[in-house]
Design a protein around this ligand. Sequence first.
Ligand code: ZN
Length: 263
Amino acid sequence: MRIALISDIHGNLEALQTVLADIDQRIDVKAGDRIWCLGDIIGYGPNPVECVELVAQRCDWSLLGNHDYAALYEPTNFNSAAEKAAYWTREQFEAETQRDAGRGSRLWEFLGKLRVRVKEGPFLAVHGSPRKPINEYIFPEDGFKKQRMQPIFDRFEWICLVGHTHVPGVFTTEDFLTPENPDHMQDRTFQFREGEKVIVNPGSVGQPRDTIPLASYAIMDVGDRPTSVNFIRIPYDIDAVKAKIFSIEKLDNWLGERLTQGR
Ligand code: ZN
């Protein structure tokens, strides 16, 4: 079985559609392959409603990210552009509910049922970290800080799946390994080893922040046991998303600019 991991879509429909089409080329959901979403379906981007519907349709499940939480309940620790975007996002769901009560209630219900952590076999999935699942960041530079990482590694058994930082890669107990460095990974693929705890971040579909402006996701190979995870980057129509963001007053232009810069 293969499992596609997507995360941090952030209302970027063009990126999500491109990634899902790419996933369909590589795995076969009808034959039992799966798609998991690690949260932040919405926030920042111009198509929150469409993204939630597509994730609901295509993914086995999704986690609750801090931006999903912000639109549903309240933004916590957000800068002003992010907070404005969160309120605008909530308005889109409210407007949809006005237009079509049935569709609206399905959207709210899906958002309201997003889980904070999912345990499946050897995997623990959380949006941020196993310690503070919604809000704690595990940054690449943390990979070198043993004292900081130890309590995080103590909280899961083998493979932890996270999003939140928008930076793809694998944390071992010693290091952060990036698919961009051939000394870290061959063919952008990390091999799981029994007994070696790791944290996997597939990167962000809709707002990559590693200065590479390509949508990011990952596919894990899982037979009887997980064997490997492959990191994938693909181009999508950034200009189309930017044009939409620029046309919406409550979305700061920077939210469009940063897509081109990959940060
Ligand atoms: Zn995010």
